[in-house]
Design a protein around this ligand. Structure first.
Ligand code: ATP
Length: 462
């Protein structure tokens, strides 16, 4: 069922058209002018059918205001000139009034069909350097993702993105922001797992001077920094309960209160959250507030793991390899047939990020013009029957470099031993520094090896 918005000031024509479309299973809303149409948020529809001449602004104004939703223009002034003008301005098509019912229905069906195809097109995403690149991959699961992005982006609702680490959750958040009406405002990305638990509330919500030991000046939080724009909270499952309560207030009341302050301030922020954890299960154990979960779960986007995107793996590998070759001035480098098989059969527990790293290694290490499996440095190559779900191989060294089987084991042992022995005396930052890895990497390895971070009993600033 498609959602269609009719914009027509003549009530008789409007209700006749409404009845006609409803008889053909469309859900129809009506407006009598451009202003009334805007109040109904035209971007949430699949098609806008608008009269050209309306009281106030002409129907062609909606072409830009409803974008990317197509606008079909009706005109009783069926001169070629007004129709051509409307098409030039970007109308998807036009119909002359009085219209023939079958012709109109056919035009509507054709437009909706064409749009349905467009929906599966990967969105362009601005990378941190400012360059725009399309998301790679066209497998059926990703087409569903692209369609969801296209529909959810302009709707200004909270979105919960779920998927394993490295599947592209941040990329989806960027696409949602860029296709929303907030695109001109900031997108603030926060990885809740990478900020010490004791600091996360003040990072997000800000604090007043003297609110806690070490708070020597008042500070604005990241939620406020995203005012007017979008806040992307990655790994929201790691947010401590106190911070969850504050976040709930932001979502419910649109209000923020700094730590140590009695005053509240209004903020207008769209929240996009991501997690690789099952928030509903976490809420059963009391680790995640169920009311917050329901607030977040307005629209869900599920990202498939790379191993489930068999048709995409080699396509992604080719595009990422080209980029890696450009970065390292190794143009013309290609994957050997054996490398292509290895890439296809490997379970990719670290998903696209792990593939990106492996290809980068390949581009650096390859000696001739072909990248061989050894150059990729994958920990082990499973036989096809070993594939998903496979145990995650442990990656060695900073930046997730991988090593051979023997080294994996000793590194894993070393990591576990070191963390267990020192975590009572060291902060997460110190632990990560001593291990030569990032805080985020430390957190990910803790998850993989089942050594969750201990909850600290009181606030401190270390
Ligand atoms: N479909 C895709 N097309 C192109 N690049 C991708 C795609 N999916 C992921 N990537 C790349 O993989 C890397 C990881 O993506 P991203 O940071 O969005 O993943 P994530 O799910 O947010 O990971 P984490 O949960 O660990 O933060 C990035 O460099 C991103 O550009």
């Amino acid at each position: 069922m498609s959602r269609i918005l009719i914009v027509e000031d003549d009530a008789i024509i409007r209700s006749a058209l409404k009845r006609l479309l409803e008889r053909h299973d469309h859900r129809v809303s009506e407006a009598g002018s451009v202003d009334e149409a805007l109040a109904l948020e035209p971007q949430g529809f699949d098609l806008v059918i608008s009269d050209l001449r309306l009281p106030g602004e002409p129907g062609t104004e909606l072409i830009a205001l409803a974008a990317p939703v197509p606008v079909l223009i009706m005109t009783s002034y069926a001169s070629m000139r007004s129709a051509v003008e409307a098409l030039k301005l970007g109308a998807v098509d036009f119909v002359a009034k009085p219209f023939d019912h079958d012709e109109l229905l056919e035009t509507v069906a054709r437009i909706l069909h064409r749009e349905a195809f467009k929906q599966g097109v990967p969105p362009d995403v601005a990378q941190p350097g400012g360059k725009h690149q399309p998301m790679i991959g066209n497998c059926p699961a990703m087409q569903v993702v692209y369609t969801r992005i296209r529909k959810a982006a302009p709707a200004d609702v909270t979105v919960l993105i779920q998927g394993e680490s490295g599947t592209g959750k941040e990329l989806v958040a960027r696409a949602l922001h860029q296709q929303s009406r907030r695109a001109h405002a900031p997108l603030v990305c926060v990885n809740c797992a990478a900020i010490p638990e004791t600091l996360i509330e003040s990072e997000l919500f800000g604090h007043e001077k003297g609110a806690f030991t070490g708070a020597s000046a008042s500070r604005t939080g990241l939620v406020e920094a995203a005012d007017g724009g979008t806040l992307f909270l990655d790994e929201i499952g790691e947010l401590p309960l106190d911070a969850q309560a504050r976040l709930l207030r932001v979502l419910q009341e649109g209000e923020i209160r700094k730590i140590g302050s009695v005053e509240t301030r209004h903020v207008d922020v769209r929240l996009i959250a991501a997690t690789h954890r099952d928030l509903q299960s976490l809420s059963k154990t009391g680790e995640f507030r169920l009311d917050l979960y329901y607030r977040l779960d307005v629209m869900q986007i599920d990202l498939p793991a790379l191993r489930e995107r068999e048709d995409d793996i080699l396509e992604i590998a080719d595009v990422l390899l080209e980029k890696a070759c450009r970065r390292h001035a190794r143009n013309g480098l290609r994957l050997s047939q054996a490398s292509r098989r290895t890439i296809r059969d490997y379970p990719w527990p670290g998903n696209v990020r792990e593939l990106e790293n492996a290809l980068e290694r390949g581009a650096i290490l390859a000696e001739g013009h072909l990248i061989h499996p050894d150059d990729l440095g994958l920990a082990r190559t499973p036989r096809p029957q070993d594939r998903s779900p496979a145990p995650a191989p442990v990656l060695a060294g900073a930046g997730d470099q991988e090593a051979s089987d023997g080294e994996d084991l000793s590194l894993e042992d070393y990591f576990q031993h070191f963390v267990l022995e020192h975590q009572d005396q060291m902060s997460e930052t110190e632990l990560a520094q001593k291990l030569g890895i990032s805080r985020k990497c430390l957190w990910e390895r803790r998850q993989r090896l089942g050594i969750p971070r201990k909850k600290s009993p009181r606030r401190s600033t270390s």
